[in-house]
Design a protein around this ligand. Structure first.
Ligand code: MRU
Length: 344
């Protein structure tokens, strides 16, 4: 499953995730503003995939300009980058990819080389993410026992990354290694990324799963049906606190209460050494209509898209460079210094 691709004619093609699982429709565009909207409206979502989309968007923006001098091009790119950065504040992968792309453009000597370099860099960010996901899958599966049952939240699969997935990459790798008996998938209200997207991915691959409403998680854990919880992350602070889809904190506390390991799986691009703790992570508040739509009644509604899980509930953080254990202040710094071992 390729969630996004750069087409040979200089357009970007992505699957519209708001239409899944009922319709498999694709958006094709050469206008970076369509990608700004696609990220805001969550046609494309998931921390690593948002970063990849933003890098492709800057490559598109560079082609739209008639700028003949480098400074003018850079000024237009910075404007586009600001529009993109404002779409979703929590996932640090977005700012990370934009900064990486802007640095490459700044290093180019003339507008045409900047345009070429931005396309190459966006493709590279995409390819590196796919490789990182495979390494995360392998590193995560090595932590699991045979005949394991997992529980995962939201969607962290091919639809949230360059391909393969982070937490869902661990699920996939465990399945490929014959270690996985079943994975429980929480629905993930209000937008149902678990029920619509994770279930769709797992069904296509024949990986055995059971869908559960979010509020059933405590009961599943207490009844001993889950051997480990594995989730993704949108931003991991320097102390190991992490922001992820709303409901993750609840799962982490319930896992701790029931003696079940709680793992977060993410590429190192999700680690933000400049954010000291979870209290410093900006949490996106989305339109209350996403919550009230189901009942169709006008009420007030809180709709924080993410919550923060304090690091004391996190058994390990699985990355492409290896697995970090507490104390995270030290282990995350060590991982950021590492090069991912080559896959072979
Ligand atoms: O609001 P979303 O659907 O973009 O939220 C996605 C999540 O919270 C994922 O768990 C996270 O981005 C990691 S995706 C590999």
């Amino acid at each position: 499953m390729i969630p996004i691709e750069w087409l040979p004619d200089g357009r970007v093609r992505l699957i519209d995730q708001t239409k899944l699982p009922h319709d498999e429709t694709y958006l094709e565009t050469s206008d970076y503003r369509d990608l700004v909207t696609a990220i805001s409206q969550m046609k494309v979502r998931g921390a690593p995939l948002i970063g990849i989309t933003a890098a492709y968007a800057l490559a598109l923006a560079s082609r739209e300009t008639s700028a003949t001098d480098r400074d003018e091009l850079m000024s237009r790119l910075r404007t586009a980058a600001e529009e993109l950065r404002a779409t979703r504040p929590t996932a640090v992968n977005l700012a990370w990819a934009l900064e990486r792309a802007l640095r490459v453009a700044e290093g180019a000597t003339d507008p045409q080389s900047a345009i070429d370099a931005l396309e190459t860099e966006a493709r590279r960010i995409h390819e590196e993410d796919v490789a990182a996901c495979h390494a995360i899958g392998a590193n995560g599966a090595s932590l699991l026992d045979a005949e394991t049952t997992l529980l995962t939240h939201c969607n962290t699969g091919s639809l949230a990354t360059g391909g393969y997935g982070t937490a869902l990459g661990v699920v996939r790798a465990a399945w490929e290694q014959g270690k996985l008996e079943r994975v429980y998938v929480t629905e993930t209200r209000p937008l149902l990324q678990g029920a619509r997207l994770t279930a769709w991915e797992l069904q296509r691959e024949g990986i055995p799963f059971t869908l559960a409403v979010d509020s059933a998680a405590g009961s599943l854990l207490r009844r001993g049906l889950v051997r480990a919880v594995v989730v993704g992350a949108d931003r991991i602070a320097a102390n190991g606190d992490l922001a992820n889809k709303i409901g993750t904190y609840t799962l982490a506390v319930l896992a701790g209460e029931n003696g079940v390991p709680f793992y977060a799986a993410a590429p190192t691009s999700t680690i933000d050494p400049n954010t000291p703790s979870g209290d410093d992570i900006p949490i996106e508040e989305r339109d209350p209509a996403e919550v009230t739509a189901l009942v169709g009644m006008g009420t007030t509604a809180a709709n924080p898209a993410f919550d923060v899980t304090p690091s004391r509930y996190v058994s390990a953080i699985i990355t492409e460079n290896g697995v970090a254990s507490p104390p995270y202040k030290e282990s995350l710094v060590a991982l950021l210094r590492e090069e991912a071992p080559s896959r072979g």
